[in-house]
Design a protein around this ligand. Structure first.
Ligand code: FES
Ligand SMILES: [Fe+2]
Length: 362
């Protein structure tokens, strides 16, 4: 596979080659080189609310397929563990439930809720047993704003990745976000995950693709800011449209901000509105199939009915249609790659540079 090269100067750069999106080997390489190394959203933290709760899940189903389990021990400490028994490899926790310890139902090996080995029948004569290898591996995780994030082999600390967003929004009541399940839904998109991200990372297409959203946003004031592992698009509201009430402590004081659109490499989109957060998790299923999970979180005292969540659905339908059209278009023998608008496609360029950086790092 050819090394990916993206010029650092946007005026000179070309986009990722179409082969990156349309051939299986580059998708397979991206699983290890991008997805095993970065922070992924798993679930709302309420899945392990109380001591002795356990929550098994598959990390990036269909792609990395890593069986993991969240547990909360008796001291209320949370753990994220490999969910594969260290004896012969059975899945230890098959369903979310309360339990004092984790027992494998194949030959009876038991683990404490922190993953350490506890007991095993018929193993008295085994030499050098138990050893640390018999514990369940601990997996790096982070609980933030009531959400759970996991990384298998993170190359960058959670705080280094999420810090700029946390700092900028420190005035928002993010510790009191509540997950609103009825308005959360999943979308299946017939396109490569990175095409979905490309589209998200520019507001260039808003006047062409989203007529209703375009009515609310002041296009001339739309702005982009880049940080190490993510970027921000600032949507400024037109006169009379809903916007944040921003305190003087924020660098955005005085601006009529309609939304903060934060993207975290490689596939997390945090869209903050005056009513709460719409989180979009762009989960690859295959090189040409992507599951986009919309998760709605509300600030305390905000009511979902008061806000136009319907508009998010409409915008999503419009985005999916263009992204699927691009998926078809890039199959063409005549399309190899394109160029960037230096004013409107900074975020896409930033994404392509990060993709190249991760894919080229052994
Ligand atoms: S595989 Fe778990 S006890 Fe044998
Ligand atoms: Fe869009």
């Amino acid at each position: 596979m050819k090394k990916l090269e993206i010029e650092t100067q946007i005026e000179k750069a070309s986009t990722l080659p179409s082969a990156f999106y349309k051939i299986r080997p580059s998708f397979e390489k991206s699983q290890e080189y991008i997805f095993a190394r970065t922070w992924q959203y798993v679930a709302d933290a309420s899945v392990v609310n109380k001591p002795m709760d356990t929550y098994p899940f598959t990390f990036l189903k269909n792609v990395l397929d890593e069986p993991l389990v969240f547990t909360k021990d008796k001291e209320n400490q949370m753990h994220c563990l490999s969910n594969v028994c260290t004896h012969r490899g059975k899945i230890v926790v098959e369903e979310a439930k309360k339990q004092r310890m984790l027992s494998c139902m194949y030959h009876g090996r038991c683990f404490r809720l922190d993953g350490s080995f506890k007991s095993m029948p018929e193993f008295d004569k085994v030499e050098g047993f138990p050893s640390p290898k018999d514990d369940l591996t601990k997996i790096p995780f982070k609980e933030w704003a009531g959400m759970l994030f996991v990384a298998l082999e993170p190359t960058v600390d959670f705080d280094a990745v999420f810090g700029p967003m946390q700092e900028r929004l420190s005035w928002l009541p993010l510790d009191k976000l509540t997950f609103h399940e009825p308005s959360s839904q999943d979308y299946m998109v017939n396109a490569n995950w990175a095409l979905y991200c490309d589209n998200y990372l520019e507001g260039f297409h808003i006047p062409f693709v989203h007529p209703a959203l375009n009515e609310a946003l002041a296009f001339e004031e739309y702005d982009y800011e880049l940080f190490d592992y993510g970027n921000l698009q600032l949507g400024v509201a037109k006169e009379g449209e809903p916007c944040f009430d921003i305190p003087p402590s924020s660098p955005d004081y005085g601006k009529n901000i309609y939304a903060y659109y934060y993207w975290i490499f490689p596939n997390l989109m945090f869209n903050f509105y005056p009513w709460g957060l719409s989180l979009n998790v762009v989960q690859p299923l295959a090189y040409d199939k992507t599951l986009v999970r919309f998760r709605t979180y509300l600030y305390e005292g905000k009511n979902i009915e008061d806000w136009s969540v319907n508009q998010l659905h409409q915008t999503e339908m419009e985005d999916e249609a263009v992204v699927e059209s691009v998926q078809f278009g890039i199959q063409s023998r005549y399309y190899k790659s394109g160029r960037f608008s230096p004013t409107m496609e900074k975020g896409v360029h930033h994404f392509h540079r990060l993709v190249a950086q991760f894919m080229n790092t052994e």
